[in-house]
Design a binder for this molecule. Structure first.
Ligand code: ZN
Length: 397
């Protein structure tokens, strides 16, 4: 009886909360329309003393409306800019929606972006999280002018998909311009040998999360990063040159390592797996994920045969990690043939969305591993699958 009463109460609670949420959404949409039409002016919103939670909800509603392709105009952008001004200050800002209304010629975009950044600096200097979709602001080939970013001294998280940046600028950003940064996402980092004259310049003191896509690192670069606090690294190197893994992985606190693609130098991977077996690096690693592609086997092309060096190096790294890293408990490995589309990457899908679906990826079968001259790796992967089956399911993995 009591259980039935509880279920009834639960139903009432759920319905009531859903109603409230609908009311909140409706109210925010209505307020936003009034702001956009100029019926609510900045000081009014301040005088009614809108609670922070409501103000933030208004901002999320504002950020949910993106311009339809071909409908950009400076008038509409200005209207939204004025509304944005009223919604500031905010702790968390995503500029994608606002910038999508700006006309697409690059000069206008750049000067409007500059205006928006200035506004944020004056009206919301304590912003903690900022997302700037640079694909919509500067052309992909352009390197980001660091001066466009204002000195936001409280910023902890900066996501810039589509951003192409020089390594020295990234270092300057983390060290001097915005030293509070803990989480940075950029897409292309250009590293030149001149960046390595002074090792001091390579320190990224507070960075905890780094996501890199299409990063080009020169072969002969003695890659010494001291990421003292780095906890999570996502890396998909550029396909044009093989990346060297060794030194970036020396970050002492690294807990999550996610590697994508096949563009890693296999000798450097062997070096990493040797250091792992000696307990020299990755001692605190908890999560290791690798997503790459494999050619068809038996091989169709001569090029494909070079893959075996890479495969055996990666396989050794997986085995050593599983055996010798004390806290490692979350390992996923995909070496796919055909079940994930690399077009996703070119289309700019986010790095964390590129994993093949574990429920149907069965690209590394026992016979494929045998073809690749490494039968034991299959047993390691089986041990992983077995362990996962024993664990209670936490959503999906
Ligand atoms: Zn697959």
């Amino acid at each position: 009886m009591e259980v039935m009463m509880d279920r009834l109460r639960l139903d009432i609670a759920v319905t009531r909360l859903a109603k409230l949420q609908n009311l909140l959404d409706l109210a925010c949409k209505e307020v936003l329309i009034n702001i956009l039409d100029g019926r609510i002016k900045g000081p009014q919103l301040v005088t009614v003393n809108l609670p922070t939670m409501l103000r933030e909800h208004l901002m999320r509603v504002f950020e949910g409306k993106v311009c339809l392709p071909g409908h950009q105009s400076i008038e509409e952008f200005d209207r939204r800019y004025e509304a944005f001004k009223i919604l500031l200050p905010a702790r968390k800002i995503d500029l994608q929606a606002l910038m999508s209304f700006c006309p697409i010629d690059s000069e206008t975009r750049k000067s409007m972006f500059s205006k928006v950044m200035e506004l944020i600096e004056t009206k919301s200097p304590k912003v903690e999280s900022l997302r700037i979709d640079l694909k919509r602001i500067i052309s992909r080939e352009c390197v980001l002018e660091i001066s466009l970013l204002r000195d936001l001294k409280n910023l902890k998280k900066l996501d810039m998909p589509g951003c192409n940046i020089h390594l020295e600028d990234l270092m300057f950003l983390c060290r001097e311009k915005i030293p509070t940064l803990q989480h940075v996402q950029v897409e292309i980092i250009t590293i030149s040998l001149t960046d390595f004259k002074n090792e001091e310049n390579l320190l990224c003191p507070n960075l905890e999360v780094l996501k890199l896509q299409n990063v080009i690192v020169g072969d002969d670069t003695n890659f010494i990063f001291d990421f003292a606090k780095l906890k999570q690294l996502y890396w998909k190197p550029s396909t044009s040159k093989k990346a060297h893994l060794s030194h970036i992985l020396a970050a002492p606190d690294l807990e999550t390592l996610e590697l994508f693609g096949n563009s890693f130098n296999w000798e450097a991977i062997e070096n990493v797996s040797r250091l792992v077996s000696n307990g020299k690096i990755l001692c605190k690693l908890v999560t290791f994920k690798y997503v790459g592609s494999r050619p068809q086997v038996p091989y169709l092309h001569n090029d494909d045969e070079q893959y075996t060096d890479f495969f055996s190096a990666m396989s050794k790294l997986i085995k050593n990690s599983m055996a010798f890293i004390p806290k490692l408990c979350d390992v996923s490995v995909f070496m796919c043939f055909g079940c994930m589309s690399w077009n996703n990457i070119n289309e700019g899908r986010r790095i964390e969305d590129m994993t093949p679906d574990p429920s149907y990826c069965n690209c590394l079968t026992a016979s494929v591993c045998k073809e690749l001259k490494d039968e034991t790796i299959f047993d390691f992967l089986e041990a992983l699958n077995h362990r996962k089956k024993l664990l209670p399911r936490r959503g999906e993995f």
